[in-house]
Design a protein around this ligand. Structure first.
Ligand code: ADP
Ligand code: MG
Length: 558
């Protein structure tokens, strides 16, 4: 039997799995069960649009069987199954979504961390098994095939016998070693606990056979052994449960299970709305920026369910661009299952949900800023730039939603402050909100233009992001205070000095003329100024566009 090699990337991941000393290896069961559940979903979804296919709910389930004698753990499902090609393509190569993240994370973290950081799908089986056999028969096919692998040295696919459509996975559980005991993965009660912990909300029954003892009929003191099939999971999706029944841990498990991210979310929002539109939603604010977040590849969106059935993986219409970092799902009974993408865009219910969600996210972020400053700053370091883009785009149409969520580094506090904090500390005589732009905080601190403002005891906001100044131009003013660049011609604090400036100007007229000639084409004018304390000269601008903005604009592709 010819063995095929795994693709390089899959091989690396497999090796990590095999050598894993990761303590949470129990998650392999979650991964396999969620694959089975996805496979049943696929049949269910197909049946919706295919009259010839009937979906009888009771025919669909996942079964978990452990056999201590042969040290095997078997998972079978009545899902859509895999053809020979699918076995090859799906199990020979690590799933695409995971692999990208894997590559990126791999550079920064060591192997054990990676496994903890994110679900790795099917291959996690190799954390507990030294041999994995997958037998599958695809919907619409008469043939079954078997995929077998004992680890990183490759896999083989051969013809097989299987009566029903679906997939059966047999794990040969590893032998115990001095340091490692794998017996727990053959214990019914332990398996049941793992299923309860990670897969309780799976929509299809996860069945197990339980052995027990019961009193014999017609006898008071004799017992008999019996075996009974039980459904282990409650099948109630987490979003239909009562908030008060759920712990942070439950939400985190759901986040992991759903692959919303590989971090621990900073915050979750559980919405059960029954007003003008009825829906349930669980939303997450991630802690870390996904590696592709600020690229074109990143796709925003929430999972959309219609009455418990997934109808779209990433419904973009549910999130404004400036909240594109939000992950999660929405389930509504008011949406039709067969609704097309085009129609969905114009759906009134969906628009209402989107509007509702937007304001929930905003208030969640506001309370994070108010009550959990440290968490908010973490969030802001990851996604603050997106908020600023949001202010800038659509000609500032969203500034009211977003301006209270912005933070900038303050010359006074030496940390991030909000506009509200800035304005509430302004001395009576201060007219403007001052800012200075530059590449970094250190650079800005050395700018001669900041001297006069700092000397006056006024606070300056430091803009180190390209987008900062553009965003601020859209806001124009905050609580009736206008923004002012420290490099603008009129700082609004030189009034009583203006006269002296003029005298100075006259006294040095010839010198300034000569300098102007020398710098022709580079500067518009050379003037005396009282704003400088220790520096001999500085550049300033007139009008709307500052030096920093000019730099950004000229760096932009036309
Ligand atoms: P993911 O679930 O993220 O796609 P996995 O590594 O868990 O990644 O699974 C890889 C692929 O293998 C799945 O996308 C699916 O196409 C296929 N697969 C795995 N298990 C099953 C199963 N029980 N039934 C049908 N297809 C499966
Ligand atoms: Mg999977």
């Amino acid at each position: 039997m010819a063995k095929k090699q795994f693709k390089a990337e899959s091989k690396r991941l497999l090796e990590m799995m095999i050598n894993s000393i990761y303590t949470q290896r129990e998650i392999f069961l979650r991964e396999l069960i969620s694959n089975s559940s996805d496979a049943i979903d696929k049949i269910y979804y197909k049946a919706l649009s295919d009259d010839k296919l009937v979906f009888n709910k009771e025919d669909y389930y996942i079964k978990v069987t452990a056999d201590k004698d042969s040290r095997t753990l078997t998972l079978s499902d009545t899902g859509i199954g895999m053809t020979k090609e699918e076995l090859e393509n799906n199990l020979g190569v690590i799933a695409k979504s995971g692999s990208l993240a894997f590559k990126k994370e791999n550079e920064a973290k060591d192997g054990h961390n990676i496994i903890g950081q994110f679900g790795v799908g099917f291959y996690s089986a190799f954390m507990v098994a030294d041999q994995v056999t997958v037998t599958s028969k695809a919907l619409g096919s008469d043939e079954a095939f078997k995929w077998e692998s004992a680890g990183a040295d490759g896999y083989a696919i051969t013809e097989a016998e299987k009566d029903s459509i679906g997939t059966e996975i047999v794990l040969k559980i590893k032998e115990n070693t001095e340091d490692d005991n794998y017996d727990e993965f053959l214990e019914q009660y332990r398996l049941r606990a793992i299923i309860k912990k990670y897969s309780d909300f799976i929509r299809y029954p996860i069945k197990m056979d339980f052995k027990g003892q019961r009193p014999k009929e017609d006898s008071d003191n004799e017992f008999e052994e019996y075996e009974e099939e039980q459904t282990v999971n409650s099948m109630v999706p987490i979003w239909r449960k009562n908030k008060s029944e759920l712990t942070d841990e439950d939400y985190h498990s759901f986040y992991m299970e759903k692959r919303y991210g590989f971090d621990k979310p900073l915050k979750h929002v559980h919405i059960s709305a029954d007003g003008a539109v009825v829906y349930n939603a669980i939303l997450f604010i991630p802690e870390n920026t996904p590696f592709d977040y600020y690229t074109k590849e990143y796709e925003k969106g929430l999972e959309l369910y219609s009455n418990g059935v997934l109808i779209m993986n990433k419904c973009a219409d549910l999130l404004p661009d400036y909240f594109s970092f939000v992950k999660g799902m929405v389930d509504s009974e008011d949406l039709s299952l067969n609704i097309s993408r085009e129609l969905l865009q114009h759906d009134r219910q969906l628009k209402l949900i989107a509007k509702n969600i937007k304001s929930k996210i905003k208030s969640q972020l506001q309370s994070l800023l108010k009550d959990e400053r440290e968490s908010y700053e973490k969030f802001y370091n990851s996604f603050g730039r997106q908020l600023k883009y949001g202010v800038y785009s659509d000609y500032g149409a969203n500034k009211d939603v977003l301006q209270d969520l912005l933070l900038f580094y303050s010359s006074k506090e030496k940390k991030l402050v909000s506009l509200d904090e800035y304005v509430s500390r302004m001395p009576e005589d201060q007219k403007y909100i001052y800012y200075a732009s530059g590449e970094s905080i250190e650079r800005i601190e050395k700018l001669p233009q900041t001297e006069l403002v700092l000397d006056k005891g006024y606070e300056i906001l430091y803009f180190t992001d390209d987008i900062d100044e553009f965003a601020i131009k859209m806001i124009q003013s905050y609580k009736e205070k206008e923004f002012k660049s420290v490099s603008s011609g009129d700082l609004g604090i030189e009034t009583d000095e203006n006269e002296k400036d003029e005298k100075e100007q006259d006294a040095n007229k010839e010198l300034f003329e000569a300098m102007k000639e020398l710098l022709a084409g580079k500067v518009k004018d050379v003037k005396a100024s009282k704003r400088l304390k220790t520096h001999p000269v500085c550049l300033s601008t007139e009008g709307e566009v500052t030096i920093e903005m000019e730099k950004v604009l000229s760096a932009m592709p036309n």
